[in-house]
Ligand binder design. Structure first.
Ligand SMILES: Cc1cc2nc3c(=O)[nH]c(=O)nc-3n(C[C@H](O)[C@H](O)[C@H](O)COP(=O)(O)OP(=O)(O)OC[C@H]3O[C@@H](n4cnc5c(N)ncnc54)[C@H](O)[C@@H]3O)c2cc1C
Length: 390
C-alpha cells in the first residue's frame, strides 16, 4: 500500500492548515487546545460558535456526498483534515456526535426526506445531537434496551430511561434505540428514533464524573413525543442501523485523534525534561515505547480505514478500538507517574491537564464498546472461537 500523499492532497492539506491557522490564531484563539479529555465542559458557547464557523466554510461532513451538502472528500482527504485539525490544536468538537455518528447513519440508512431534514443542521453546526443507547441494564448487552415507544396517531410516544448520555444537556436532538415490539426476539423488536430534546417529556439529570465535571447525563423519557416519520430504517429493524452507527464511530477521525495523542505525548515529554524524570531509564523507555506505539497505530489505521467506512463492526475495527484505548489509558498513567507527587494532589494549577488526562482516559476502555466486548468480537469473528452463550 502506498502511504504517500499526492500533490493534490498536499494542496488540500495546505488549504486546511491555512484556514485553521487563520481562525485559531485570530478570532477563535480562545478555544485553541480546549475542550479535550477532562476539559469537555469548558467554553461551550465559544466552541459552538466555532462549530458554526467550521460549517460556514464547509469543513463539516467532508466525506458526505456533495448532493447532501458534504464535500465528497476522499478518505485520505478527511484524514488530512483531521490531522491538520489536531496539529493546529483545534478544540473538542461539540458537534462530534452529529457529524461522526448520526450524520453518516442518515446518509447510509436514512430516507431522502430525512437527509433533507437532518443533515443541514449538522453541516451548519447549528444542531447538536446526543446518543441514547445505554440504559442501566443495557450497555454491553445493548439489545436488552427496555425504553419503549408506542404509536399514538401520527406520533411515537417514548417511555423509559437512558444513561451516560454525553452532551444531552446541550443537544437539540437525540437518537434513541427503543423497543417497539415487546413480543419479538430481543434484537428484532427495536427501532431507531429521532427525538427533539426540548419538550416536557424529557428530563436530563447530570452525572458528576471523577474529574468533578459533568459531560454525561441520565435522560428520562416520560411521554416524550416525536413524529411518526422520525424512524431511521425499518420499524423493528433498528438493530442493524444501531450497529452501523457504532461502526461509523471509528472512522476517519481516528487518525486525527492519534495526532492529539501525539500532542499529549509531547507535553508529557516536556514535563519529563523539565522535572528531571527524563533521565530515568525506565521513564525514557516508556516514552520511547509510547512514541513507537503511536507510529504502529497510525499505519494500522491507514491500512484498515477503508473497512471502518463500510458501516459494519469487524475484527479490524475492534482491534483498532482495543489498541488506541489501551494506549491512551497507559499514556494517562505515564503522565501521572512523571508528575510524581504533583500527579496525585487535588486537581489544580498547571498539572491539571495531565491529571485530567489520567482520570478521563479511564473511560476510553469502556465507551464505544468495552475492551472485553472488543475481545469477544476478535475471538468470534477473527479466531472463529465458539460464540459466547447468549
Ligand atoms: C465517557 C463515556 C461516555 C459515554 N457516552 C455515551 C453516550 O453518549 N450514549 C450512550 O448511549 N452511552 C454512552 N456511554 C455508555 C457506554 O456505551 C457504556 O458504558 C458501555 O457500552 C459499557 O456498558 P455498561 O457501562 O453498561 O457496562 P456493562 O455492560 O455493565 O459492563 C460491565 C463490565 O462487564 C464487562 N462485560 C459485559 N459484558 C461482557 C461480556 N459479554 N463478556 C465479557 N465481559 C463483559 C464489561 O467489559 C465491563 O467491564 C458512555 C460511557 C462513557 C464511559
Amino acid at each position: 500500500m502506498d502511504l504517500r500523499f499526492t500533490a493534490e492532497q498536499e494542496r488540500f492539506r495546505a488549504d486546511a492548515r491555512a484556514w485553521l491557522a487563520d481562525r485559531l490564531d485570530g478570532p477563535f484563539a480562545k478555544v485553541r487546545g480546549r475542550g479535550g479529555p477532562g476539559d469537555e465542559h469548558e467554553l461551550f458557547d465559544e466552541r459552538w460558535a466555532w462549530e458554526q464557523e467550521l460549517g460556514r466554510d464547509n469543513w463539516i461532513g467532508l466525506g458526505w456526498p456533495a448532493e447532501y451538502g458534504g464535500r465528497g472528500a476522499s478518505l485520505l482527504e478527511q484524514v488530512i483534515f483531521f490531522e491538520e485539525y489536531a496539529r493546529a490544536g483545534g478544540p473538542g468538537r461539540v458537534g462530534i456526535i452529529g457529524e461522526g455518528l448520526l450524520g453518516p447513519t442518515i446518509v447510509h440508512f436514512g430516507r431522502d426526506d430525512q437527509k433533507r431534514a437532518f443533515l443541514p443542521g449538522i453541516l451548519r453546526g447549528t444542531e447538536i445531537w446526543c446518543q441514547g443507547y445505554s440504559e442501566p441494564n443495557a450497555g454491553s448487552d445493548l439489545a436488552n434496551v427496555q425504553t419503549r415507544a408506542e404509536r399514538d396517531g401520527d406520533e411515537w410516544v417514548v417511555q423509559g430511561q437512558k444513561v451516560w448520555t454525553s452532551l444531552a444537556h446541550w443537544a437539540q436532538w437525540i437518537f434513541v434505540l427503543c423497543r417497539t415490539d415487546r413480543d419479538a426476539p430481543k434484537h428484532k423488536g427495536l427501532s431507531y428514533l429521532l427525538l427533539p430534546m426540548d419538550q416536557p417529556g424529557i428530563e436530563i439529570r447530570p452525572i458528576v464524573q471523577i474529574t468533578g465535571h459533568s459531560e454525561f447525563n441520565e435522560t428520562f423519557f416520560d411521554g416524550a413525543r416525536t413524529a411518526a416519520e422520525n424512524v431511521v430504517g425499518e420499524v423493528n429493524g433498528g438493530w442493524r442501523v444501531a450497529m452501523g452507527t457504532l461502526a461509523f464511530e471509528r472512522g476517519a477521525s481516528t487518525l486525527g485523534q492519534q495526532l492529539s495523542f501525539e500532542n499529549e505525548l509531547r507535553e508529557i515529554t516536556d514535563v519529563a525534561r523539565a522535572n528531571g524524570t527524563g533521565t530515568d531509564p525506565v521513564v525514557r523507555q516508556r516514552l520511547a515505547e509510547a512514541w513507537s506505539t503511536l507510529r504502529v497505530m497510525r499505519f494500522h489505521a491507514l491500512r484498515t480505514l477503508p473497512l471502518m467506512e463500510t458501516g459494519t463492526v469487524s475484527p479490524a475495527t475492534a482491534i483498532h478500538k482495543l489498541f488506541w484505548a489501551n494506549f491512551h489509558r497507559a499514556l494517562g498513567e505515564l503522565a501521572v507517574d512523571i508528575l510524581g507527587a504533583a500527579g496525585v494532589s487535588g486537581i489544580q494549577g498547571d498539572d491539571d491537564r495531565m491529571q485530567r488526562l489520567f482520570l478521563y482516559s479511564r473511560a476510553d476502555t469502556i465507551y464505544g464498546g468495552s475492551n472485553e466486548i472488543q475481545k469477544n468480537v476478535i475471538g468470534e469473528q477473527a479466531l472463529g472461537l465458539p460464540r459466547e452463550p447468549r
